[in-house]
Design a protein around this ligand. Structure first.
Ligand code: FAD
Ligand code: PYC
Length: 415
């Protein structure tokens, strides 16, 4: 595949852009693969990429029931940060954030990583204590964050009202190298690199059954026929429970709608990401000028990929108090995704009761930031049939043993 470069843009410009190649092939499925990955979201594609890059396993198919990146990967608000409390979480999210720093060069695809800084506002004394604790923990973990006072918050984000009537801003947990990236581009960049390694990305191919013999996976039934495999990774976010059911086991996952909305575009007014978790809202400004806004999850389980109207109202009401200037903005569009929540708000990267089947799920409201790190750790788990250091704490056994990795505060989004 030809490399993307400034030279290529000039060359194609002179040829009326008629010479660009397709970024990935669209093959028919082969009869058998060494590994099949179900779900061409960011996590599935990154898993495939690092299987090829780190372990030389390229006889791989990625099966997607819709279009690649059409799940939560293309529906999220793109916040990337690693300011988690517990050591195993800080390790995997920081690995991921650091991989994001050079992902565009690695994939030869501009994922528009923008380390503009993320602040999580402390608007109660309880949050001040919690975020100071996280900052201390992060210092020990080698994650660069700091607790900053209200004046610094105002200097970093002048449109913030720090003297709010209900919840004045008392400070914030600030991570300067956190930020955003273009969500579709992350999926597209990994997809292009996987296709270049000879992997098959098969879209419009829904997995409808899982075949086993003697307690081991042998293949899958799909809307494009039966496909054999030695190893199978379930990387389907909100649909994890359904796939596990096909394989004959249960996962401790609840599927819940999470929604977001964007405003009409306005002139640049905010160059950091702000999360206000007490009032349940967060906001950043996209490169096009739209204000990107989100709140907490809806209060019921569903598979509908849309959210409730009253939640939009609650989120916007909360943010108007913190950002009075958005009061007269018109909202352009709203959408929802189905997020996969575990009880401790930490992910599952694990072997399962069926030999050769691995689960990657439970990223809930916060898995976009984790895509490169999750793919890295998941590839190791599949290749070695055993978790490496990054994945070792996130096994399914922790729910039986009561060894939870509680990240309900760091998750940042109300649920
Ligand atoms: P997905 O991208 O959902 O991919 C799973 C794929 O599996 C889908 O494409 C689906 O079609 C496919 N699939 C399902 N069933 C089958 C089947 N039977 N056969 C074949 N394919 C199947 N995270 C952050 O870090 N920062 C944020 O700012 C952030 N904001 C968010 C805002 C919203 C509104 C939402 C909904 C989520 C947000 N998240 C955020 C969470 C993040 O989007 C997800 O954790 C992440 O994208 C999950 O990626 P994935 O690859 O696991 O899942
Ligand atoms: O995990 O940072 C996050 C997040 C922000 C909005 C949704 N998830």
């Amino acid at each position: 595949m030809r490399r993307y470069s400034a030279f290529a843009i000039v060359r194609e410009g002179l040829k009326h852009h008629m010479g660009w190649e397709r970024a990935w092939r669209s093959p028919e499925p082969k009869a058998r693969y060494d590994a099949i990955i179900v779900g061409a979201g960011g996590h599935g594609l990154a898993t495939a990429y690092y299987l090829g890059k780190n372990f030389g396993i390229t006889n791989v198919a990625i099966l997607e029931k819709g279009w690649l990146g059409g799940g939560n990967t293309g529906r999220n608000t793109t916040i990337i940060r690693s300011n988690y409390l517990q050591d195993p979480s800080a390790a995997i999210y920081e690995k991921s954030r650091s991989l994001y720093e050079t992902l565009s060069q690695e994939l030869n695809y501009n994922v528009m990583f923008s380390p503009r800084g993320v602040m999580m506002l402390a608007q109660t004394e309880h949050e001040v204590r919690g975020y100071k604790r996280t900052a201390f923990a992060n210092a020990i973990q080698g994650v660069k964050t700091e607790f900053v006072g209200p004046e610094r918050v105002k200097a970093l984000c002048p449109i913030l009202n720090i003297h709010g009537p209900r919840y004045p801003v008392l400070g914030a947990l600030w991570q300067a190298r956190a930020g955003t990236a273009r969500h579709d581009a992350v999926a597209w960049g990994y997809a292009r690199a996987c296709s270049e390694m000879g992997m098959d990305i098969i879209q419009q191919c829904e997995v409808t059954g899982i075949r086993q013999e003697g307690g081991r996976v042998t293949g899958v039934d799909t809307t494009k026929g039966e496909i054999g495999c030695d190893k199978l990774a379930l990387v389907v976010a909100g649909h994890s429970g359904r796939l596990a059911e096909m394989a004959g086991f249960r996962l401790p996952i609840e599927s819940v709608p999470l929604q977001a909305l964007v405003s009409e575009p306005i002139k640049p007014c905010m160059d950091v990401v702000v999360m206000a978790n007490t009032v349940h809202g967060y906001m950043s400004q996209s490169d096009k000028g739209e204000m990107v806004i989100g709140g907490g999850t809806d209060g019921y389980n569903a598979y509908t990929q849309r959210g409730s109207f009253q939640h939009v109202e609650e989120t916007v009401r909360a943010l108007v108090e913190t950002f009075p200037i958005i009061g007269r903005l018109k909202m352009l569009r709203q959408w929802g995704g189905i997020v996969d929540m575990t009880g401790d708000r930490s992910p599952i990267l694990s072997k399962t009761p069926v030999g050769g089947i691995y689960a990657n799920c439970g990223w809930g409201t916060g898995g976009f930031k984790a895509i490169p790190g999750s793919g890295w750790a998941m590839a190791e788990l599949i290749a070695k049939d055993a978790p490496g250091t990054l994945a070792s704490h996130f096994g399914l056994d922790r729910f039986r043993a009561g060894r939870f990795i509680d990240e309900s505060v760091a998750a940042g989004v109300a649920h």
